[in-house]
Write a protein that binds this ligand. Structure first.
Ligand SMILES: [Zn+2]
Length: 385
């Protein structure tokens, strides 16, 4: 197969607009049919509402153990981005392939799929599992339904490689990410009657300043890990909405924020400090004036950290295949943390550069695809031998 097969598959995968807000079913059905052509039965695992699906397929002898090659099928939106080419039509220019998902992470999936005929032919004594998820880009929300199947409807892999773009370096650690939404409720009044209303926007501003202080405290904390950039846990506010008109004291305001924690950092401590301060310092004075005032915070997403572990068999295998003895840590989150939390030793290793992800004119170098093909080819030799 080699590069030609990979490229044709990548072209097909990129042509499916699998922006997270849309269904990925057409792509999953295409992959299931492709696997079927090579005698591989795929388990298609629909989302609770049936609009999306994960896919899990096993190739080789024995159902248990084995190596799971994992990728997400969804991509981030192209809305508002200036693209020089059609983001859903694979375009080659000067040694690069352009398209949404080229780096993050349809090239890895294409390389894996192009190797399926080889995998099926090789009579692997150790099985290879292909795991494809949905809704990774919106907080790793889809893969949970697949993980639930480990040791139940599907075999439990012995180890996993997540093919997010690392330029084929072996990544053994990433931060955790906990996303929150805080809703502030005050009391409407004419804007001249500031002594009557309770201003939800002002209260939210106060809360956001407190989150900023917490971020500064984390930066000053002793808990640092120089492998990460930045080497400390972070707090960030990304969205705020509030108020209706300048001359109305706003009743509602909400904001969305997150905490990214070093492995071993418990981001619930940030939530506890926040809700504590919110109740004592912000809500109490609001309630003095209006009993119905409220501040409510909910967790909207949670991805555990991937923690480095010297005994990780996924790391040993990936380093051997990469011909390297060095691992790296990254600050973005992936499904690797969830696999590790489910007891499957995992590393991240895939083609392309994360800098190209999520941007207009996303691309992958052809040399990166070749490097991934070589890596997985060595894996096949290893598992067949
Ligand atoms: Zn990704």
């Amino acid at each position: 197969m080699g590069a030609a097969g990979t490229r044709a598959l990548l072209e097909r995968l990129i042509a499916f607009d699998t922006t997270s807000r849309l269904s990925n079913r057409a792509l999953i059905d295409f992959v299931a049919a492709y696997l079927g052509q090579h005698g591989v039965t795929a388990r298609v695992l629909p989302s609770p509402d049936g609009a999306k699906a994960n896919l899990f397929a096993t190739i080789g002898a024995g159902e248990s153990g084995g190596v799971m090659l994992s990728g997400h099928t969804d991509v981030v939106p192209v809305d508002g981005q200036e693209w020089a080419t059609d983001p859903f039509a694979l375009t080659e220019r000067q040694g690069r392939l352009y398209g949404r998902g080229a780096a993050d992470m349809k090239s890895f999936i294409a390389v894996v799929l192009a190797l399926v005929p080889d995998m099926a032919r090789r009579r692997l004594s150790t099985p290879i599992h292909i795991a494809l998820s949905y809704d990774e880009e919106v907080g790793c929300k889809g893969v949970g339904g697949l993980i639930e199947q480990f040791g139940a409807g599907a075999p439990r892999p012995r180890l996993a490689i997540v093919g997010e773009p690392t330029e084929m370096q072996v990544v053994d650690a990433h931060k955790s990410q906990r996303g929150f939404r805080t809703d502030v409720t005050g009391l409407e009044a004419h804007s001249s009657a500031t002594h009557v209303g309770v201003n939800a926007v002002a209260a939210a501003a106060n809360l956001i300043v407190r989150l900023g202080n917490m971020g500064e405290d984390l930066q000053a904390e002793a808990m640092r890990d120089p492998r990460f950039d930045p080497p400390y846990s972070t707090v960030h506010v990304g969205v705020i909405h509030g108020g209706t008109a300048r001359n109305i004291i706003p009743r509602q305001c909400h904001f969305e924020w997150e905490c990214r924690g070093l492995p071993g950092f418990d981001s619930e401590t940030v939530l506890h400090r926040f809700t504590d301060e919110a109740e004592r310092e912000v809500l109490a004075p609001m309630r003095d004036r209006h009993a119905g005032a409220a501040i409510a915070t909910q967790v909207v997403s949670w991805v555990p950290a991937l923690a480095a572990d010297g005994d990780n068999p996924a790391q040993h295998l990936a380093l051997k295949l990469a011909g390297s003895n060095r691992t790296f840590a990254v600050s973005y989150t992936t499904e690797a943390g969830l696999f590790q939390a489910a007891g499957v030793p995992t590393v991240i290793c895939g083609p392309g550069n994360i800098r190209e992800a999520h941007r207009p004119n996303e691309f992958i170098e052809l040399s990166q695809i070749a490097a991934c093909e070589a890596f997985l080819g060595r894996m096949l030799d290893h598992l067949a031998g």
